[in-house]
Design a protein around this ligand. Sequence first.
Ligand code: FES
Length: 172
Amino acid sequence: MVIEASTREKPSFAVIDAIVHKHNVEAGAVIPVLQEIQETYGYVPPVAIQRIAENMNVPASEVFGIVTFYAQFRLQPLGKNLIKVCHGTACHLCGTETVAERLSQVTGAREGETSQDGMFTVERVACLGCCSLAPCIMVNGETYGRLTPEAIDKIVNEIRKKEAKEIPAPVG
Ligand code: FES
């Protein structure tokens, strides 16, 4: 589930504690707890790592280690647009690295990061399930294939144009 920036809640101890207790506070439940925290906030806030550790009686470094080990977790809030870059075999053979490099340049976000303007989050994925269109990316659930660096420029420009239209012009 993608949580829009506008609907994301601010992290609260009450919500974090309720999620932890729902999973019985067992050390083995750290991953499901982190998954639910991410589902709630769109990312795992640093304050949640500390709180989970205290509640579950495990070192914060261990919780942090889990968050950074598994690619499914992110430590930064999602940007307005989520871009998944396929690094599966077919895409890799067809030039994903070049496409990913250009994407990083034009969005200002490397894989696993959100751009400073909050416009883009770029994630690395294993296979988007459309290998015949390699190399592929997915933008907000929509797949784009047979990509080139020029096609990436066009896609990102279109998104920026669309976002600019949604921001009302200043009055006066
Ligand atoms: S390898 Fe990229 S879509 Fe399958």
